[in-house]
Design a protein around this ligand. Structure first.
Ligand code: CMC
Length: 430
């Protein structure tokens, strides 16, 4: 029997259907509320609102569960491990690829890895110290200028090409923006290298010296990208869906996702975490002071890399990354004092009442910076790496929404709190 929620507004009794997700999670269907009552639902920051039905990613924040298309992320960390390209396919096309599908996708990624020369030339006109996330967002829109064939995606072949162009070129754009910032010559992608290795090659090879790719570093980057690949309706993904709901193309929608991700409360937190750890390391502040500042309501400082809207127990990504940091640093025989500082901060926060009461735990951004640092990625490129990882998720969510026959433009309501009707007063009389 279908469950119904009863809402009493004054004398009016309103019945609202309850819908149930695949894992038994329930939601009250409010879509008829306005028509039935003339009232909207008020849910600032959408903390209680499911904006869509989605079959891509499942999260149980209380239990610390994260699954892509039903597969727990922990399974991507043990042998036989998939690589990022396989996980991207899984998210976007809904199932694990066959050998042939994976080979075709890889070929498409190689075919589309080069930037159009006009896009490449654009880098010369960008200030060398421009923020890499601004470059990334602008360049994704620039791709739409030179690949107009991707603006309307109306068949599966074109969809595959659009997906491959974006996933392949985002990596080239990221590497070129880094090279530009360093005044180094651009290194073209090498078709013989795998996805992560190719990114490292474009970032760090020199015309006279090939970057040597160690398996540990390639694996660590692969893991990072996989753990960032999707996270259901987070801020940047909601931005992608909102823009896409107006019928905007995939490139424009993903560029909006990059802009949202840039914010320090979202993907930009990984940069903030690293800067915070470096400040502590350089003696600017102690870990104890840092925790005190984060609790002080008169201080806007937050303990970056801590807290999450959904995870109230632990973030499974942070748990995996913490272990990976230890392993990678040990394998590459590098001691990083920042890891010890991060562990000390975590220890202090986890036994502090403020953090316990508010259920604030380390999130994905707390340890990702240390891993990126070990890989050799400069701090201002951290959020760009998050974006490379998150791109398959944005594409999957855009595609799912686009294929939904019942799709409507996303258009929330508001509770107006401004002036009631008033009259215009001419400037002489004010
Ligand atoms: N340090 C200190 N206090 C915090 C923190 C923190 N990192 N996070 C939340 N709080 C406090 C907050 O002040 C509030 O306290 P009170 O109830 O006394 O007003 C309470 O905890 C609830 O916080 P909120 O801001 O209402 O929670 P939210 O769900 O709206 O925000 C968050 C979630 C992730 C934006 C927030 O925890 C935060 O700002 N964390 C630091 C930034 C960060 O690490 N972001 C990365 C998130 S994970 C990667 C991603 O998906 O983007």
């Amino acid at each position: 029997m279908t469950e119904t929620a009863i809402l009493m507004v004054g004398d009016q009794r309103i019945e609202l259907p309850v819908i149930e997700g695949a894992e038994g999670e329930k939601a009250i269907d409010m879509s008829s509320l306005l028509a039935k009552t003339g009232m909207t639902s008020y849910d600032p920051a959408l903390g209680n609102t499911s904006i869509c039905k989605s079959a891509i990613t499942y999260i149980d924040g209380d239990k610390g569960i994260l699954r892509y298309r039903g597969i727990p992320v922990e399974e991507f960390t043990t042998q036989p491990k998939p690589n990022f390209v396989e996980v991207a396919w899984l998210l976007i096309f809904g199932k694990l690829p066959t050998l042939q599908e994976l080979a075709e996708f890889r070929e498409q990624l190689t075919t589309h890895e080069l930037l159009h020369e006009d896009v490449k030339d654009q880098f010369q006109h960008i200030p060398a110290d421009a923020p890499p996330m601004a470059i990334l967002s602008a360049t994704l829109n620039h791709l739409a200028c030179v690949h107009k064939e991707h603006l309307v995606v109306d068949n599966s072949t074109m969809m595959l090409e659009s997906v491959a162009s974006l996933i392949s070129q985002v990596r080239t754009i990221a590497a070129f923006s880094y090279r530009r910032s360093m005044g180094l010559p651009y290194i073209y992608p090498d078709p013989n290298l795998r996805y992560c290795a190719n990114f490292l090659h474009m970032m760090f090879s020199l015309p006279y010296k090939q970057y040597i790719i160690t398996p540990e570093i390639e694996d660590a980057l692969n893991l990072l990208f996989i753990l960032h690949a999707d996270h259901e309706q987070n801020c940047s993904t909601s931005a992608v869906r909102t823009v896409g709901s107006a019928g905007a193309n995939l490139f424009a929608s993903c560029a909006a996702g990059v802009s949202a991700l840039w914010g320090p409360l979202h993907g930009g937190a990984n940069v903030e975490v690293m800067q915070m750890l470096e400040r502590i390391h350089q003696g600017g502040i102690s870990p104890e002071q840092c925790v005190r500042d984060a609790k002080d309501k008169s201080n806007p400082f937050r303990l970056f890399g801590f807290g999450h809207r959904i995870y109230r127990n632990f973030d499974p990504r942070a748990k995996i990354l913490k272990e990976a940091c230890d392993k990678v640093l040990c394998k590459i025989d590098r001691h990083d004092p920042l890891l010890e500082i991060a562990q000390r901060l975590e220890e202090l926060a986890l036994k502090d009442d403020y953090f316990i009461e508010r259920k604030l735990y380390p999130n994905v951004d707390f340890y990702s910076g240390i891993l990126l640092h070990a890989i050799g990625i400069p701090t201002d490129m951290f959020t760009v790496c998050f974006a490379i990882g998150r791109l398959p998720g944005w594409i999957a969510q855009w595609k799912e929404q686009n294929e939904d026959a019942g799709r409507r433009i996303i258009r929330p309501r508001q509770v107006y709190t401004g002036n009631v009707q008033t009259s215009y007063v001419s400037i002489e009389k004010r």
